[in-house]
Design a protein around this ligand. Structure first.
Ligand code: PLP
Length: 464
């Protein structure tokens, strides 16, 4: 093996490129990326030699190959979510069912009837594909899909209350995260926010007295990620809608997550369904489709036909319209809701949220010995834990679950080693994401789908 220990022994970029070892990579990725990688690795190697390290030519080539593969690897990659948060916004929220994935592939590969009326042979409407199904599942008169719920709220407010006042309880002036704050959305939509009541208590009479000739809407916002407890009062949708309608105004409800089914059927806590919000008198309901609904990223605006028509005509509609792949996936997910009996089998979100506790425990147990084998110096046990729904749905409810819990064996390692361990899992071919708390690394097994795949992946684990 050729050892390089002096700068003058280091091959030139040209020599490395022309020795044939990289020809396959050049063919696949192109000369530009390969040349750049060779230059970067050579410069790193020069530094090593200056610090009295030696390298072999083989290792030099390996480093170049790794550099090329790293450059070409997307930073947007699949991961294994063992955080215990089922709908994790940072990890892409809902996992799609097979039918939705196939539907996306189909419209991605081929031309489609996205805006083409096959019956009449002329231009069609992209909003027609899902509208009837949404109406059927929610009881709404009309509906339109946009690219997320933030867009749904913005577009609704701008269409129905521009330069007018919108009344919202002070207890519902939420920040969702990622700069989605109700007061800011209001001003971006060109509306004037009128705060009603107090943080913990808002009464019907507060709304009654706040209504003026400039009022366009009353709004109810689902407090997605917190709960106010103690001496509290808020005005129900039913009451709010009667106040709104008595004044000839409309009620808009931002449901946030929104669900189409009674989650109690699947052993989960109750969450207001879109249908319930409409029956309570909301004229428009907006909600996400990648939270509890379990679909692709999109937002739905559902409710009264005249209002939905007005919203559709807003020039901003064009800027927030959904793409064909989201529409295809959404259609496939909504179709699953036509047969609620099989939803827990077919829709990953409901399946994972309603997963049997003993099944999770057995799964954790069955992986203990594998993990012990790889994680020397750490104690590996099955421990009870709690999962959460995530994405602001059911914020204070916790689901009983089991985790694999890794703790340091006494005094053996520095305090940093848990972070290092977590990092080692994150740099696996399929990164595994856990959660550090109480001096332990937790892998909640609720969302682990493919046990064999997980074990295979572990073979790449390097703990330094
Ligand atoms: C999540 C949420 C939003 C934002 O929805 P996205 O689909 O993430 O854009 C808006 N309002 C409420 C109440 C929410 O919970």
């Amino acid at each position: 093996m050729k050892i390089i220990d002096k700068l003058r022994n280091l091959p030139s970029t040209h020599q490395i490129l022309s020795d044939g070892n990289l020809s396959l990579l050049i063919r696949e990725y192109g000369i530009l990326i390969v040349t750049q990688s060779v230059k970067t690795v050579l410069s790193e190697t020069r530094d090593k030699i200056k610090h009295n390290n030696t390298v072999t030519y083989d290792n030099l080539l390996k480093s170049i190959k790794n550099k090329i593969l790293n450059t070409m690897q997307s930073s947007l990659r699949p991961v294994i979510n063992l955080t215990g948060t089922v709908l994790h916004t940072n990890l892409g929220r809902a996992q799609l069912p097979k039918t939705a994935i196939q539907a996306m592939v189909d419209v991605a590969r081929d031309p489609s009837s996205l805006e083409y009326d096959l019956d009449k042979g002329k231009r069609g409407d992209r909003h027609k594909h899902t509208e009837a199904l949404i109406c059927r599942l929610t009881g709404a008169q009309a509906a339109v899909v946009v690219n997320n719920n933030a867009a749904a709220v913005l577009l609704t407010l701008n269409s129905l209350a521009k330069r007018k006042e919108v009344l919202v309880s002070r207890g519902e002036l939420i920040e969702i995260g990622g700069a989605f704050r109700m007061p800011d959305i209001m001003s971006q939509a060109g509306c004037k926010l009128v705060e009603v009541g107090t943080t913990n208590r808002t009464h019907s009479r507060d709304f009654d007295t706040a209504i003026s000739s400039k009022t366009a809407l009353l709004m109810k916002v689902h407090t997605s990620n917190f709960e106010i407890k103690g001496f509290t009062k808020n005005v129900s949708e039913l009451k709010l809608s009667s106040i709104a309608h008595n004044h000839n105004l409309s009620l808009v409800t931002d449901l946030g997550s929104g669900t189409l089914v009674d989650l109690e059927t699947y052993g989960l806590p109750h969450e207001t369904t879109v249908n319930e919000a409409l029956i309570a008198g909301s004229d428009i309901v907006t909600f996400s489709t990648d939270k509890l609904l379990g679909g692709p990223q999109a937002g739905i605006i559902a409710g009264r036909t005249d209002l939905v028509e007005k919203i559709k005509k807003n020039p901003m509609m064009r800027a927030v319209r959904p793409d064909k792949m989201s529409l295809a996936a959404l259609d496939a997910v909504l179709k699953l809701y036509l047969n609620p009996d099989r939803l827990a089998e077919e829709l990953p979100t409901i399946r994972l949220l309603s997963r049997d506790l003993l099944e999770i425990k057995d799964l954790a147990q069955s992986l203990i010995s594998d993990l012990e084998g790889y994680c020397t110096g750490f104690k590996v046990v099955v421990a009870p834990t709690h999962s959460q729904v995530g994405s602001g749905a059911l914020p204070t409810d916790r689901l009983k679950s089991y985790a694999i819990k890794l703790t340091k064996e006494k005094h053996k390692q520095s305090s940093k080693s848990l972070d290092k361990l977590a990092k080692a899992f994150r740099v696996l071919p399929i990164p595994v994401i856990g959660r550090i708390s109480e001096d332990a690394l937790w892998f909640d097994m609720r969302c682990l789908d493919d046990r064999e795949h997980f074990k295979e992946n572990l073979k790449g684990l390097v703990i330094s």
